[in-house]
Ligand binder design. Structure first.
Ligand SMILES: [Zn+2]
Length: 86
């Protein structure tokens, strides 16, 4: 449910926010770690996926759920300065 909600939310904001998180997924292994806090992401844990350019190649990096929530919060606060929510 949390995964679906996060995808739904980012469907709205990713067009405004091209360099950031593209999707959320459940980690298929325990080999990744969060790019922000460096915490290991356990297998099955929800993580945010971000594409970035590594030299000439498109690579992926990941955020743990706590850090991706903080990114969403920061983004919405920033967006709120420009968007009149009624
Ligand atoms: Zn993190």
């Amino acid at each position: 449910m949390e995964l679906l909600f996060l995808r739904f939310l980012f469907g709205y904001i990713k067009e405004l926010n091209k360099s950031m998180i593209k999707d959320f997924e459940k980690a298929p292994s325990a080999r990744s770690s969060c790019i922000s806090c460096k915490k290991a992401i356990e297998k099955g844990e929800v993580r945010a996926v971000e594409d970035y350019m590594f030299g000439r190649y498109l690579a992926k990096r990941y955020y743990c759920l706590d850090c991706s929530k903080k990114l969403i919060k920061d983004f919405l606060e920033e967006a709120g300065k420009y968007i009149d929510f009624k």
